[in-house]
Design a protein around this ligand. Structure first.
Ligand SMILES: *[C@@H]1O[C@H](CO)[C@@H](O)[C@H](O)[C@H]1NC(C)=O
Ligand SMILES: *[C@@H]1O[C@H](CO)[C@@H](O)[C@H](O)[C@H]1NC(C)=O
Ligand SMILES: *[C@@H]1O[C@H](CO)[C@@H](O)[C@H](O)[C@H]1NC(C)=O
Ligand SMILES: *[C@@H]1O[C@H](CO)[C@@H](O)[C@H](O)[C@H]1NC(C)=O
Ligand SMILES: *[C@@H]1O[C@H](CO)[C@@H](O)[C@H](O)[C@H]1NC(C)=O
Length: 469
């Protein structure tokens, strides 16, 4: 019985195989002669392309079994990707990209995107084994179909000539106004930023920027040597970043790792961040942000702010940062605001933070100023409900620095299980510092913190509409 069954199966398989060979030959001879040439190394594409039916749009390549071929089962020996709903693949090589690291492939990327954009849940493929030189480009909705995947297995490099970047540009690779966009793969985005690190004429040129999009996922990839910020989310909702790497030298100027602004519902986890500025920077308009299992360093730590610059209003709430390792960073967890701002920072939790060789692990600075002097002003972004729990390790300058606003002191600051030791006992280190900081120690701390004021600040200003978030 068994044997017969097996032999039968073998025969069926053989017939299927012959049919497949026949029809694929038929397909290649018959149909796509013109621009499309078969590429043997596209293993991942061909396995994804088993879906039947013609792909829409010009770029939809690699489909077997079109036309009059008989109904057939897919090749049994090919593993399906978990999401077999993928309906179309658009490989940049099919749109004229050279991938030699020298030819400008921007137009090919634009064309591949235009094709991907038209098909729901399509995949734009940047294949491994090639290096693509791409200038500033916008992968832009809002008229694209939802749930596009940008499969990055190759390497994308930025032009190094300032001319190629143009003037007044806000980013290099930009994804805007999309519903459901995923960047995944084991590829690299290489900013070639060293020429920029000495030149501060640009405020904010992220290598990869998402704007006004929902359901954004970034995973697997590496972003390195960005001229400035590596990855930025602005006006986004439902963002997931995991298992990815940001890598730039510690002395590269203004190179934030991940920058969040006006974004809600953000989760970042299992990510390696090494750069020359904040590993993660959380700016105004962010709420419900959850960051965990992140390694940070080199860099300036994880920061909320600078908020309230130039008398602006800032609102940040519901931020949780936990299970973080920081090594060789300037700060650990920091909140920084400029004098003169308004609005509030509320309900923040920093827990299970392991620091080593961090200059100042815990920082609140409401006198933040990156110029030589800043005017003293009474208004400030109000800080309350900031919880520190289980912060441990070594520091090199000062364990805790709380400098709160005179007119709007920080309230409801709590510390639990803080255990911070100087890296080298023999050097003079600063003691914990607090100014206008109200809150509670739930457990004794190492070193002891005597400067926290208990209760609520008496001079608490009545918040006006202007301040409410
Ligand atoms: C990256 O992924 C591609 C396609 O999935 C694969 O062919 C390649 O071997 C992978 N490269 C590495 C370095 O893992
Ligand atoms: C985002 O994804 C969630 C869950 O997959 C889905 O319910 C929601 O409709 C999506 N939102 C948009 C705007 O696509
Ligand atoms: C993380 O990403 C790499 C590619 O950079 C991939 O090979 C690996 O399987 C991913 N791991 C998880 C747990 O997703
Ligand atoms: C912050 O969290 C609280 C409690 O979970 C919730 O009620 C509130 O709506 C959240 N704030 C924002 C801006 O989502
Ligand atoms: C601001 O106030 C501080 C503390 O009162 C004072 O030391 C400093 O000189 C003032 N700065 C300016 C620019 O007025």
């Amino acid at each position: 019985m068994e044997m017969r069954g097996l032999r039968l199966k073998a025969i069926v398989l053989l017939i299927l195989f012959v049919l497949l060979v026949l029809c694929s030959t038929f397909d290649t001879c018959n149909a796509r002669r013109s621009t499309r040439h078969w590429r043997a190394r596209r293993s991942s594409s061909s396995s994804l392309a088993q879906k039947k039916g013609k792909a829409k749009g010009k770029g939809g390549s690699h489909h077997h079994g079109g036309g009059g071929t008989p109904k057939q089962k897919p090749k049994p020996d090919i593993a399906y990707p978990p999401s077999s709903q993928v309906s179309s693949l658009f490989n940049v090589l099919d749109f004229g990209a050279k991938g030699d690291g020298m030819t400008d492939d921007t137009k090919a990327f634009q064309a591949a995107w235009a094709a991907s954009c038209k098909v729901e849940a399509s995949t734009m493929v940047v294949p491994s084994g090639s290096v693509f030189l791409v200038g500033p480009i916008s992968f832009s909705g809002p008229y694209c179909q939802p749930n596009i995947i940008f499969q990055l297995d190759g390497k994308i490099i930025a032009p190094t000539s300032p001319k190629a970047w143009g003037s007044g540009l806000l980013q290099w690779l930009e994804f805007t106004k999309l519903r459901g966009i995923t960047i995944r793969g084991n590829g690299t985005i290489e900013g070639q930023g060293s020429v920029w690190w000495t030149n501060t004429q640009f405020e904010d040129d992220p290598a990869l920027r998402f704007y006004g999009s929902t359901n954004v996922t970034v995973t697997g990839i590496t972003i390195q040597n960005s001229p400035q910020c590596h990855l930025k989310f602005d006006n986004c909702e439902s963002v997931l970043v995991y298992n990815m790497t940001v890598s730039s030298p510690g002395n590269s100027l203004n190179t934030d790792g991940i920058h969040l602004q006006n974004s809600r519902g953000v989760t970042i986890h299992h990510t390696e961040l090494g750069c020359g500025d904040d590993c993660i920077s959380i700016q105004t308009g962010c709420s419900n942000v959850y960051i965990h299992n992140v390694n940070c360093g080199p860099g300036h730590g994880i920061s909320i702010g600078g908020l309230g610059r130039d008398n602006t209003k800032a609102c940040v709430s519901n931020i949780t940062v936990q299970y973080i390792n920081m090594h060789d960073t300037m700060n650990g967890v920091r909140i920084k605001t400029w004098q003169g701002g308004s609005g509030s920072v509320q309900n923040i939790r920093f827990s299970n933070i392991q620091v080593s060789e961090v200059q100042t692990p815990i920082v609140i600075d409401q006198f933040y100023c990156d110029r030589s002097t800043c005017k003293n002003q009474t208004s400030a972004v109000a800080l309350s409900g900031i919880n520190y729990e289980n912060i441990r390790g070594t520091y090199t300058v000062k364990p805790v620095h709380f400098a709160c606003s005179d007119s709007i002191p920080c309230s409801d600051i709590s510390l639990t299980q803080v255990d911070l030791k100087p890296l080298q006992e023999r050097y003079h280190m600063y003691d914990p510092f607090c100014w206008k900081t109200y809150g509670e120690l739930y457990t004794p701390t190492i070193p002891p913190i005597y400067c926290l004021e208990s209760g609520k600040p008496t001079s608490n200003r009545i918040l006006s509409d202007h301040d409410s978030c």
